[in-house]
Design a protein around this ligand. Structure first.
Ligand code: SF4
Length: 408
């Protein structure tokens, strides 16, 4: 990110802070927060049981469910499902378009690279993600719900005009309408949707997905809907999953609710004719869920409490200077860096900035589920140090103290 982008991001984040603060401190949200803290802690402790439960619930809801141990496993499962769909429906292999909505997990498994290698075209349906997709370089998001928060309307108009060969003025409405028309046009040729999930209710076999744009409703109405989500998204009941989505909304947007909350508990069906069950009315004919481990079962429990709101990066002093350079993939800021150790290993957490954290604890204070990111980072640093991964500058200071009784 360049300096102008960092400045724009700070401005957006400051506005966001002003919106989140009063709402987060209201008695209703405080009560919700207490409830969600309990839900997340218990759900992570009972994760294995929840995985078994949800497999049964999905089965009885007619949702296919796969467990993926790692990135490669998830990729292979997705490619198998899609190639089966293509051959069963005789789709034109030269024109496979896949409707996608925002998902950290899909970025984690390298969905863009995977589909590019197969010549499948991804259509990002979230406006911010579509802008980043059309941006030629440096297209990592900077916030979970505001991926393009670092770009001004002038930057965005340039990106859209260049990539879509238009001559739009730097006006948000003109830009939105141009992208919407283009995306809807492309989506009319797509039969496959892919998304993540905000939370999953194990006992009900239901997935909760929140959005403002209405795009997830389109993605989930494609003939085949594939959902990839981390095993840490599991909670016992639908009420729990909805509580998490509500709290996430408050801390991600400063609003009490999103425009849409989709609860998916199976493929589209009707029994309106003589009570005979018919599949494939308006929504997806097939729903497939891939539950991804990818190091989560080995992660420090506290690191998995996260509900993905992004409020920790809004208040992080390091992130306000470095932007998304401090983080891994879509997992941004200190918690993202910590998570990268479990997803990708020691070297990645070093490269993502494990030693850049100031350990100030601002993230913990601003986290709705009180994730102790600074403590997690200290513990990971200790492990990394034991494995010989440290900053050379730190080692020099340590050696100087040992040899010269002085850091210099
Ligand atoms: S660590 Fe906390 S503040 Fe940061 S994204 Fe997760 S839940 Fe939100």
């Amino acid at each position: 990110m360049n300096n102008d982008e960092i400045k724009s991001m700070r401005k957006v984040f400051n506005n966001l802070k002003d919106k989140i603060g009063p709402l987060a401190n209201s008695p209703e949200v405080k009560k919700l927060q207490e409830r969600v803290i309990d839900i997340r802690r218990n759900a992570i402790v009972n994760n294995k049981e929840l995985i078994s439960t949800v497999q049964e619930s999905f089965k009885s809801n007619d949702i296919d469910c796969f467990l993926a141990n790692d990135e490669l496993d998830a990729q292979n499962i997705i490619l198998d499902i899609i190639s089966k769909e293509i051959s069963e429906n005789n789709y034109d292999l030269d024109n496979i378009k896949i409707a996608k909505s925002k998902s950290n997990t899909l970025r984690e498994i390298g969905i863009h690279e995977l589909f590019a290698a197969k010549n499948y075209e991804i259509i990002e349906t979230d406006l911010g993600d579509r802008i980043l997709q059309l941006k030629k370089e440096d297209n990592n998001p900077v916030h979970p719900t505001g991926p393009a928060s670092h770009l001004t309307v002038y930057d965005i108009a340039d990106i859209i005009n260049e990539s879509m060969n238009l001559n739009l003025p730097p006006e948000p409405r003109h830009i939105m309408e141009a992208v919407r028309e283009d995306v809807l046009n492309l989506l009319s040729e797509s039969n496959i949707g892919i998304s993540g999930a905000n939370s999953i209710a194990a006992n009900d076999g239901s997935l909760v997905l929140i959005h403002n744009e209405g795009n997830i409703s389109i993605v989930s109405s494609k003939k085949l809907h594939i959902i990839v989500a981390g095993i840490d998204k599991l909670v016992p009941d639908l009420e729990d999953a909805i509580s998490i989505a509500k709290l996430e909304t408050v801390y991600a947007t400063g609003k009490a609710t999103t425009s849409y909350m989709n609860v998916i508990s199976g493929p589209s069906k009707t029994a309106d004719i003589e009570k005979k069950l018919l599949k494939n009315m308006y929504g997806a004919e097939k729903v497939v869920v891939i539950l991804l481990d990818n190091g989560r079962s080995e992660a420090i429990n506290e690191c998995l409490w996260c509900i993905g709101c992004g409020n920790c990066i809004v208040s992080c002093p390091v992130y306000s200077i470095l932007g998304n350079e401090f983080g891994y993939s879509s997992y941004l800021g200190g918690r993202g860096v910590a998570m990268s150790k479990f997803l990708k290993g020691d070297k990645t957490s070093f490269d993502s900035g494990i030693y850049k954290c100031t350990l100030c604890g601002n993230c913990t204070k601003n986290c709705p589920v009180l994730t102790p990111t600074n403590e997690i980072i200290e513990s990971i640093r200790s492990d990394l140090n034991d494995n010989g991964i440290y900053m050379n500058e730190h080692k020099n200071i340590k050696d100087n103290i040992e040899n010269n009784n002085s850091p210099y």
